[in-house]
Design a protein around this ligand. Sequence first.
Ligand code: VAH
Length: 306
Amino acid sequence: HILIIGALGQIGTELTIALREIHGEANIFAADIQATGSGPNYLCLDALDHQQLEKVVKEHGINQIYLLAAMLSANGEKDINAAWRLNVQSLMSVLQIAKEQKLDKVFWPSSIAIFGHNAAKHNCRQHARAEPVTVYGISKKAGEHFCNYYFEHYGVDVRSLRFPGLISYTAPPGGGTTDYAVDIYHQAIKNQHYSCFLKEDCCLPMMYMPDAIRAILELMDAPKENITIRTSYNIAGMSFAPCDIAAAIKKHIPDFTMDTQVDFRQAIAQSWPASIDDAQASADWGWKPGYDLQSMTKDMLENLQR
Ligand code: VAH
């Protein structure tokens, strides 16, 4: 059985749907801290409650855990202790249980936020210098090393992806720096206008959620011997700036306009690479993105206007 922690979040919502389709609802246990979750086998679970987690794993015969609970970059800067604790302690707890209960596999998302100012801006490589400038980035970098530690020392098969900004229409993102790329679609439909909190030429690595979910599934299905990176894989979808996404939207909503009201998130965004080299993911398990800005924009607007 598979346990998804953070099942009500931006990634968790879609990953739960995908895993239920593949494995059958009876084999998927979706957990989140809110008691308001729904669907079969929903569990109210605090990612920081080690005893409760251990009980759930034993009671439901869990043999794979997908840990998606986290506090993202912008929110993390507002409460650095809470961000560190949630992002790292929850992973430590899952890795310890994976070791003790001999789980088959664990998935945990890292982020391009582990890179800082002195990593290459373009085509940032797998082993580029990673000096994060947000607590979120620090926590994700620390987490990557814990994943590698548990693999090297205890053979825990934990696998990870350094996600770029993720864009989706099913569940809102929570407190990220790249959230503008989700909000802009909602605002374009509602008000035909968007006030962007990043500079309009601020180019960032991004990915459409269907590609992100497929990447998780392909990584987790890859033969163990193919996985050569046990910290976390660079993975790329596309790169664009607010002006590019505004132009793509205008093709569908001609009256759409955008202005910018830059806030603290600009400093975070410009510390990150503008594009990512994911050659290792392609080589090890055949990664290839499916969506570009035009096809994503078409799909987002169609689904949001339904
Ligand atoms: C954030 N969406 O903005 C996340 C992601 C690369 C960005 O880690 O914090």
